[in-house]
Ligand binder design. Structure first.
Ligand code: PEP
Ligand code: MN
Length: 368
C-alpha cells in the first residue's frame, strides 16, 4: 500500500485522456529567448512552460543559471501565451521566490532528491503550499530515496504530487546519458499506482534524435505525461544543447505519438487477451517448475563438489555454458542481451546456493 496521500492529476492539471506536457528550455537565458520559445510553442499543446532558473551543474565552470532575474521572463512568457509555468527548486529560497513570482508548478531535481536533508528543507518550505510539486528520480537507482522524497513533501501537506522519470546516472551506457532502467519506473508505479508519472526523455537520452522513441516507449508503459527540453535555437543553448529540440520539432514529436488506452471494451479483444494471458500463465508456471528442477540439480552438484573438495566456480565451465545458451537462444529468435541477462541471474543464484551448501560442513582437508 502506498504511504502517500495525493490528489489525482486531473484535479491539479485539468488534463485527462492525453499526456500532460511540460516543455521549454533547459535554462532561461534571456527574456527574448523565453518569449520566442513560448511564441513558437503556441500551436503545440503544452500545459506547462518549463525553464531552469537555478541550475545544479556537475562542474562549477558550467553555466549555473541566471537566477532570480530570470523568473519574470518565465512567468511573463507563460502568461503571454496562455501556458502555466514550471521550474526546479533546490533550496527554500528558490521555493519562496518562485512562488512569489507566481510560478505554477515546482519540481525537485535529481541531484536534490538524493539528499534527504535538502528534501526535508524543501518540504518545510512547501508547508501549506497548493501548487503541484513533481519529484525527479534520484540520480542513483534507488526507489527508497525517490519514495522518501515524495513522502517528505507529502507529510508537509502537499497533495498535488507527481514524479518525473529522468533516467539514472550510474550504469555506463553509450546510447543514453541517463539510462531509463524502465524496470525501476515500472516498479515505482506498481508501488504507487496513484502517483502520476511524467517521463523526461531529454535527460534520459541526452540526444535529440532519440527523444521521439523514448516518448513512445514511455506512453506505451502508461505514463501520464512528458517533460521535454525545447529551445528556439537548440545548438546555441547555454546548457544541454545536444538534447534540446525546436518548438516545431516538439509539435511533430507529439503529433506522431500514438496514445494507446490501457484497455478496450471490445468483447473480441478481451476474449483473445484472456486466452493469451492464460497461455502465458501456464508457460510461467512451467518456467518456475523448470527453474526449481534446475536448482535441485545445482544442489546435487554442490554435494558432489563438497564431497570431492572441489571449488564452487569453474570459470571455464561458466564461459562455455553462457556461450552455448546465448547461441541457442539466438537461434530461437531471442536477443543475446536478453539471454545473457537471464543466465547471469540464474548463474548468480546457482553460485549463491552452491556456496551455501559448501559452507554447511567444513570441507575436507587436502591430504599432505
Ligand atoms: C532539468 O530538468 O533541467 C534538470 C536539471 O534535470 P535533472 O534534475 O533531471 O538532471
Ligand atoms: Mn537540462
Amino acid at each position: 500500500m502506498s504511504t502517500i496521500d495525493s490528489i489525482p492529476l486531473v484535479r491539479w492539471s485539468g488534463v485527462e485522456g492525453r499526456p500532460l506536457v511540460l516543455a521549454g528550455p533547459c535554462s532561461a537565458e534571456s527574456e527574448a529567448q523565453m518569449l520566442e520559445c513560448a511564441r513558437r510553442l503556441n500551436g503545440v499543446r503544452v500545459d506547462y512552460l518549463r525553464a531552469g532558473i537555478w541550475k545544479a551543474r556537475t562542474r562549477p565552470a558550467s553555466f549555473e543559471g541566471i537566477g532570480d532575474p530570470a523568473l519574470p521572463w518565465l512567468v511573463q512568457a507563460g502568461r503571454a501565451f496562455k501556458m502555466k509555468t514550471a521550474t526546479e527548486v533546490a533550496t527554500p529560497a528558490h521555493v519562496e521566490t518562485a512562488l512569489h513570482h507566481g510560478v505554477d508548478l515546482l519540481w525537485i531535481g535529481a541531484r536534490t532528491t538524493v539528499n534527504p536533508f535538502s528534501v526535508q528543507q524543501l518540504a518545510d518550505a512547501l508547508r501549506g503550499v497548493t501548487v503541484p510539486v513533481l519529484v525527479k528520480n534520484p540520480t542513483s537507482p534507488d526507489l527508497g530515496l525517490w519514495t522518501g522524497a515524495l513522502e517528505r513533501i507529502n507529510h508537509a501537506g502537499v497533495r498535488a504530487l507527481g514524479v518525473i522519470h529522468r533516467g539514472f546516472g550510474v550504469a555506463s551506457s553509450r546510447r543514453f546519458r541517463n539510462p531509463p532502467m524502465w524496470e525501476l519506473a515500472i516498479e515505482f508505479r506498481r508501488l504507487h499506482p496513484d502517483i502520476p508519472m511524467v517521463t523526461d526523455p531529454s535527460h534520459i537520452t541526452g540526444r535529440r534524435e532519440l527523444i521521439q522513441d523514448i516518448c513512445q516507449q514511455a506512453l506505451d508503459l502508461g505514463v501520464d505525461g512528458l517533460m521535454v527540453e525545447v529551445h528556439p535555437n537548440p545548438d546555441q543553448a547555454w546548457s544541454d544543447a545536444a538534447q534540446q529540440v525546436t518548438p516545431e520539432r516538439l509539435g511533430e514529436i507529439l503529433h506522431h505519438l500514438k496514445v494507446r488506452s490501457e484497455t478496450s471494451a471490445d468483447a473480441g479483444f478481451l476474449a483473445s487477451l484472456e486466452a493469451l494471458r492464460e497461455r502465458i500463465d501456464r508457460i510461467d508456471h512451467d518456467l518456475i517448475d523448470v527453474l526449481a528442477n534446475r536448482m535441485r540439480v545445482v544442489e546435487e552438484i554442490a554435494d558432489c563438489k563438497r564431497e570431492n573438495n572441489v571449488s564452487t566456480l569453474q570459470v571455464s565451465r561458466w564461459t562455455a555454458l553462457l556461450e552455448d545458451r546465448v547461441a541457442r537462444a539466438e537461434q530461437l529468435g531471442l536477443s543475446p542481451e536478453y539471454a545473457r541477462a537471464v543466465y547471469e541471474i540464474i548463474h548468480r543464484e546457482s553460485v549463491r546456493r552452491q556456496s551455501e551448501i559448501m559452507s554447511e560442513e567444513p570441507s575436507r582437508q587436502v591430504p599432505g
